[in-house]
Ligand binder design. Structure first.
Ligand SMILES: Nc1nc2c(ncn2[C@@H]2O[C@H](COP(=O)(O)OP(=O)(O)OP(=O)(O)O)[C@@H](O)[C@H]2O)c(=O)[nH]1
Ligand SMILES: [Mg+2]
Length: 305
């Protein structure tokens, strides 16, 4: 009997900083989702489309879920639940290195979503990530056992999104989650998120990488201008900050910080767009934007793209 094509949606969910976005980029072999060492990097659920000869999996990379009453945190969790509501299956991503060192952190990190996730009734896999940072490997056994208790019946996969170790087995489990059906997107499409949004994310990634302490959590980025001519894309972005005092910190001495952010972002944008890039940046103060739900929505924070 001939094998027929499979297709569907698989959500990547879990606490912040677990490696969800890193895993997605690794499977696709292309950078779609931004990554940083700071928790709370992903703020918008975005798709990453993985097409093979026999299947198409539309991954939805979601913001990490934390138990918090903050407006932004609530919206981030909503995006994850919205992605799960239309998913055929889900992979729970966990930082295995963190829990191998501190077993009590696992239940604390997942208690706000583990029960609801169990009740969804969709196929679940659990990825215990960052095993490249666990030695000896026997330290993982307790983490794996704790996961089996939290999500009975789910298959558990020790992986390293960074090195690719264990990825094959998890990929096979993911392919089995989606039903038979035709491709949902053209085979060469990488995401359903608009290119303008992905470009804004590239700039935000540099802000997450280059700014310190709480500052990254007070920036939002929007593309305001976009012009294409053969071989060149001209992009104007606004970096919103929530307090006047942040503005000088982002610009830096004689503009040095903003210049470094712009240079690194321009390089990454060249890769994303395959053209030369002219990038202009403005920093604007939008007092208290992190609590302004309408503005958060305008920035696609908590949305699924
Ligand atoms: N050592 C190691 N580091 C990893 C691995 N996977 C991800 N990381 C690092 O962990 C950090 C967080 O990775 P992300 O992919 O941004 O994590 P995330 O789950 O998408 O985080 P949020 O978007 O905040 O929810 C980054 O510094 C990654 O480089 C891994 O397998 N091993
Ligand atoms: Mg992420």
């Amino acid at each position: 009997m001939e094998n027929s094509f499979r297709s569907g949606y698989v959500a990547l969910v879990g606490p912040p900083n677990a490696g969800k976005s890193t895993f997605l980029n690794g499977v696709l072999g292309e950078k779609v989702a931004i990554v940083s060492p700071k928790p709370g990097t992903t703020r918008t659920a975005i798709t990453g489309i993985w097409t093979t000869d026999s299947a198409q999996v539309v991954f939805v990379d979601t913001p990490g879920i934390v138990a918090s009453r903050g407006r932004m945190q609530r919206l981030l969790a909503e995006a994850a639940w919205a992605a799960l509501a239309s998913a055929h299956g889900a992979v729970v991503f966990l930082d295995g290195a963190r829990y191998a060192a501190r077993s009590s952190a696992l239940v604390r990190d997942v208690h706000s979503f583990a029960p609801r996730l169990r009740q969804l009734g969709i196929p679940l896999a659990v990825a215990v990530n960052k095993i490249d940072q666990v030695a000896p490997k026997a330290r993982l056994l307790a983490v794996l056992a704790a996961c089996a208790k939290l999500w009975p019946g789910a298959d558990i996969f020790p992986v390293s999104a960074r090195t690719g170790e264990g990825r094959d087995r998890l990929e096979a489990a993911i392919l089995a989650m989606v039903p038979e059906g035709p491709p949902l997107f053209p085979a060469d499409q990488l995401s359903s998120a608009p290119l303008r949004f992905l470009a804004a994310e590239v700039v935000r990634e540099q802000l997450f990488l280059q700014l310190h302490q709480e500052l990254p959590y007070h920036v939002a980025v929007e593309v305001e201008e976009w012009a294409e001519e053969p071989g060149l894309t001209s992009i104007g972005v606004v970096i919103y900050v929530s307090k006047t005092s942040h503005k000088a910190m982002i610009i830096g001495r004689a503009g040095s910080r903003l210049k470094a952010v712009g240079q690194a972002a321009r390089q990454a944008l060249k890769e994303l767009l395959g053209t030369k890039v002219h990038l202009s940046t403005w920093v604007k103060v939008r007092e208290g934007w992190t609590e302004d739900e309408e503005f958060l929505r305008e920035m696609n924070i908590g949305e699924v793209l």
